[in-house]
Design a binder for this molecule. Sequence first.
Ligand code: ADP
Ligand code: MG
Length: 411
Amino acid sequence: MIESLLLNFLFLLFPVLIYLIFFENKFHTYNKYILIFLSSISMVLCMAFPIKLQIGFIFDLRYIPFLIIALFGGYKYTFPLYFVLNIYRFMIGGPGTLQSFLFSTVIFSLVPLLSKKFIQQNAKKRIISAIVVSVLTMVFYLSTLATFLPVLNMEFWILTVNAVCTYALVMFVIMVLLEKINNNNNARKSSLQSERLIVLSELSASVSHEIRNPLTVTNGFLQLLSKSQTITKEERTYIDYALLELKRAEKIVSDFLAFAKPQSENMVNSNLKEETEYVKNIITPFANMHQVDIQYTFNNTLMFKYDKNQIQQCLINLLKNAVEAMKENGGILSIVVSEQKNKVMIKIEDNGIGMNKEEVLQLGNPYYSTKKEGTGLGMLMVYSTISKVNGTIQVDSEKGKGTTFTILIPV
Ligand code: ADP
Ligand code: MG
């Protein structure tokens, strides 16, 4: 019996391992299908090598992958598993086929309901919830089984305790592994991102300073030249073009300067009120131009240290993107600053064009832009600034519906 149990356990480790080794680093949507495929295989293997017990009842760990996919993926991704499980169960046939079908249908219709809440929890709570769900599933399974048994003898109760404990323990081990993989993955991603930002911040500070001076000098001389009486009209238009292009270059340089280290003369210890009101006023004319209404709520007493200019620029970048996303049809831009335990929360919400998952992943990559005149530096600056105050950014977006940026800054 122990042997079959270990074998079952091995089948469950198999998708985790394959995924970890081959697919962990690649972010594609087909990753999900691979996971579902692997889970189906481990489920079928569990059913093919069950633990046979004396009272003529079969026990296996098939519901572990089923529950995990149901909790993480919801209905859409559980359905293939439900399908495979029942097809295979019908192929095995024998007594209990109908009960198994009914039981899996109940589990299939109930557990994915929890998915939305489950995903939002933190890792620890997810592990606990998964264990609770698996224990409940087993209890439910055993109590339906009990109604078919003539007598509930000692053997049945020993089996019950064993089955429940096994499910809880196995679920615990698998969930810890999954969360650990997830955690490592996130840590690697964020360290990569912060390294990128450090390099950028050092480079941009030095380069921008060096380039600014010659730009200013050139600008001055060109302006002098354009006042000259001896040049032709055509020549003057050339100078105007040159000046316009210089202005653009200067703008890019000053954008880059925003990546530099926080300047000590700009540091303040405050609650963001001044900055958010300032940027709201700045963005209002631009919003009006595109039929965007601004809703603004400020409700924060927590103070923290930040570079005033950079935070302003960062908020402007976010608000500008939000308005630009609603360019076509107008909409509502909501800015909410509030406090949450000991974190300042800034929520910027629009109901514009939105982004799909791949586009959200691209956010903050240098030069990623979907706009004609875009630079793709705005979001990079946002991530850089927020990481300097140890904050986090959460992006919730849906294509065609809108986008919400939630920034949490610890104080
Ligand atoms: P830019 O605005 O110059 O294109 P950003 O770095 O500010 O560069 O933004 C990068 C891209 O992210 C944008 O081109 C756009 O596709 C997407 N984006 C950013 N914010 C939003 C938003 N609120 N709604 C929809 N798309 C957005
Ligand atoms: Mg932008």
